[in-house]
Design a protein around this ligand. Structure first.
Ligand SMILES: Cc1cc2nc3c(=O)[nH]c(=O)nc-3n(C[C@H](O)[C@H](O)[C@H](O)COP(=O)(O)OP(=O)(O)OC[C@H]3O[C@@H](n4cnc5c(N)ncnc54)[C@H](O)[C@@H]3O)c2cc1C
Length: 416
């Protein structure tokens, strides 16, 4: 009895170890919330595979070269206070929930509480050839690789005269696919001028399974986006299921007519969907395609000392299921930080997580877009302005006005 009491009082004075894995929208917000609000003594560590956070929502611009990677990258050392949150750059390879530790390339990390925010990876949905023959917009490095490829293909064309070098096919007509396609379409004039290519030669095709593009929006708004893209010279194929990707060819089938389609192009981008992290998928944690089912407090019920934020989380309650977005991830990060501030101070915290959906805007180049903001449809320059405001608001939440001035989106210009 005596021995137990001693152990209890010793563990009561021990600093609780809170480990956050993944420094994206969810994990970084959790770390910053704890940095700012936690008054009790705790050992807070953030581990992520790069020493910077990148704005995934801007990757389509990095991939076209309209935004420098320097601007899309925010070093953790600039926003984290090492006296409050320790940052470790490491790639996590295993999560061992039964042993309360995670393994990385650089070592083993024990925890009392774990917050998982390992984000997403592209989902091929079993379509053959996706891994081998397509580019993805899944990270800053992947976006830079795609940028180099497009540049090279356009330059090569002047020697090869191979029309396929100028044909870009985007698989997926959701947010990512449309933002990327539009960004490229608006830059084609300049790219052709630089490479000395006739502007009528490049071909840009966007192909997806849903009946209309941007299925997150209603049909009317999607139509607006579609006509804007068509005006930019983009070929849109909706209602077609992609069956296979071979080198330089996308093979698809029209859902209604069953007609087989073969679209040729030497740059193929896969943006048809995402799933959760393979580290989660390969662990003993309960998960569906790398996403961990969570309760109303974003807790993994099988391992109550594990909380999950962002694209790694899959709500158990149907009312809580929303499309995985940066906005949702950031709000989850804020929530978990609040929960831990209360928990580590010995206070009750019963409020469930609720998502405050402020709106979604899809950019169509730099001066145009469509979206829904506070339940109202927006389009054109107002939408583009709102998109920039959303990005700047995120930067403000990380580092105040200084961060907005350094990294913000101010290149707003009218289309006239
Ligand atoms: C091109 C594109 C455009 C998008 N546009 C929008 C948009 O306009 N609006 C919107 O709301 N959402 C958008 N999204 C979705 C949004 O980006 C994601 O929902 C969001 O990034 C998820 O946040 P997260 O914190 O879960 O993961 P992420 O932001 O992906 O962060 C995951 C973090 O974990 C780290 N990590 C991953 N694996 C490991 C490992 N093994 N070890 C260590 N660290 C690891 C990563 O480096 C990263 O820092 C877009 C997505 C893409 C791809």
């Amino acid at each position: 009895m005596q021995a137990n009491n001693t152990t209890d009082s010793a563990s009561a004075t021990k600093k609780p170890k809170v480990l956050i894995v993944g420094g994206g929208y969810g994990g970084l917000k959790a770390a910053l919330g704890l940095q700012r609000k936690l008054k009790t003594d705790a050992d807070i560590t953030l581990i992520s595979k790069h020493d910077y956070h990148y704005q995934t929502t801007l990757l389509h611009k990095v991939a076209i070269g309209t935004l420098s990677s320097r601007k899309a990258r925010i070093f953790y050392r600039k926003i984290l206070n090492p006296r409050k949150v320790r940052f470790i750059k490491d790639k996590i390879t295993k999560i061992l929930p039964d042993e309360n530790k995670v393994i990385g390339n650089g070592g083993e990390y024990a925890y009392d509480y774990l917050i998982i925010g390992l984000g997403f990876r592209p989902d091929s949905f079993g379509v053959k050839g996706v891994d081998k023959h397509t580019y993805k917009l899944s990270s800053l490095n992947a976006a830079l690789k795609l940028m180099k490829n497009i540049e090279n293909k356009f330059k090569e064309y002047t020697h090869t005269k191979n029309a396929q070098d100028l044909s870009v096919i985007v698989c997926g007509t959701g947010f990512t696919g449309i933002e990327f396609t539009a960004e490229l379409a608006t830059q084609l004039d300049e790219l052709c001028l630089i490479c000395g290519i006739d502007r009528s030669l490049p071909k840009l095709t966007c192909i997806g399974r849903s009946a209309h593009i941007l299925p997150v929006f209603d049909e009317k708004l999607a139509q607006v986006a579609e006509s804007k893209l068509k005006n930019l010279g983009v070929d849109i194929i909706s209602g077609a299921s992609i069956e296979e990707i071979k080198e330089g060819v996308v093979i698809a089938r029209e859902c209604k007519s069953d007609k087989k389609l073969e679209i040729k192009g030497n740059t193929i981008i896969w943006s048809a969907g995402v799933k959760g992290s393979d580290i989660i998928e390969n662990s003993t944690l309960p998960n569906k395609k790398g996403r961990i089912p969570v309760n109303a407090q974003l807790q993994c019920e099988e391992y109550p000392n594990i909380y999950v934020v962002g694209d790694s989380a899959q709500a158990k309650n149907k009312d809580m299921i929303h499309a995985p977005t940066a906005q949702l991830s950031a709000q989850m990060g804020d929530y978990v930080a609040e929960l831990f501030v209360a928990k580590l101070s010995g206070k009750e915290f019963e409020r469930p997580f609720t998502f405050n959906h402020r709106g979604t805007v899809c950019s169509i180049g730099h001066t145009d877009g469509v979206g829904v903001v506070f339940k109202r449809p927006v389009k054109g320059e107002i939408a583009a302005f709102m998109k920039n405001t959303i990005e700047n608001k995120w930067l403000f939440s990380l580092g105040g006005f200084e961060m907005v001035f350094k990294k913000g989106q101010f290149r707003y210009r009218t289309s006239n």
